[in-house]
Ligand binder design. Sequence first.
Ligand SMILES: N=CN[C@@H](CCC(=O)O)C(=O)O
Ligand SMILES: [Zn+2]
Length: 423
Amino acid sequence: MKKIIWIKHASQLATLASGKQGPRAKTDMSELGIIEDGSLWIENGYIQAVGTTRELEGKYGERAEEAEIVDASGCLVTPGLVDPHTHVVYGGSREREFEMRLEGATYMDIMNAGGGIHATTRMTRDASEAELIEQATRRLDSFLAHGVTTVEGKSGYGMNLETELKQLRVMKKLQETHPIDLVPTFMGAHAVPLEYKGREDEFIDYLIENVLPVVMEEGLAVFNDVFCEKGVFTPEQSERMLEAGKRVGLIPKIHADEIESYGGAELAAKVGAISAEHLLKASEEGIQAMAKSGTIACLLPATALYLREEAAAGRRMIDEGVPVAISTDCNPGSSPTTSMPLVMNLACISMRLTPAEALTAATYNAACAIKSEDKVGSLEIGKQGDVVLWDVKNYQELQYLFGVNHVKSVWKKGVQVVGKTTN
Ligand SMILES: N=CN[C@@H](CCC(=O)O)C(=O)O
Ligand SMILES: [Zn+2]
């Protein structure tokens, strides 16, 4: 197999290169760095040149024999999509809860009755490492088939030392066996486990004293996330957990203001979280605080739809200067999907992001939300050869023809992992 991929004649090559560093907000989210009749030279897994086909022919024409040439005529080419918020490693499934919610039960009713996150916790505790690997591999394959080449993954279906470690170790193994880059987050504070009911502070102490040190010793996580929500963890408890993580080197994230407005967005700004997730009910003050601190809003429109809730105020957040990323939130309860293309469609339809903003939110800003923008999220010299060839002619068409998977081919670090080339 040739070690060089030369993509030529893309009707649009959306590089997402803007010349500016860091998460993008306001009009910067519309700059896609489009090159018409675009071309890309990937050598040994990394991008070596980006430009028009004419420019790259001038530069590499004499080395054409060495390369596998991909004719991208009539197609859009983008960076591999990045999903910055998933719960991809879990045991079992919860289709009966889907039915129960349609019959009138709420997400929190089900959780308070010992289902929801608790149900998945039981099934994850019972699953072997091999079973978790097998199930997560299938989900990661599906992510790849939808053009996603980097995925964040959270623990949090263990909520005890043994199973938190099991989930995180599974993610580490998947790094070795699966082409997708999987970025791990410790989320011991995902819910109050039934055995700690009414003793939330004791549970936070347990996580800080007994679980966090082992997670760090084994180098199993980069981020630390908590579910700050009425009936789960208070802002004070969440802050304590996140500050403890910061002291040992974990970067904070927060599931914030999903079900009720609870000061989560404000807390995200206060603790310097890299991102705040959900934000369906974020307050005006919270949005302003995030704009000021530069905290990324990681919005999950598929979750809102699946819970039949109004989506987060994505349009207003961008206009107010909050950098927005989007994600599937892939999990067995509130968003059992791996389709980032659908999430981009929904970001446009239910949050009024423009097609260009939705693409930025699913690539460059998503990479920023997991501190991976130096490697992925845009097509620039020196970055990984993570590339998607879409069977649409421009980025508007990608968002317009909704609910369809337009992926034709995917390369991960310059290796084709999905589809057939067009030559
Ligand atoms: N809201 C909390 N956690 C997950 C859902 C987990 C579950 O229901 O299993 C979320 O981000 O939506
Ligand atoms: Zn989540």
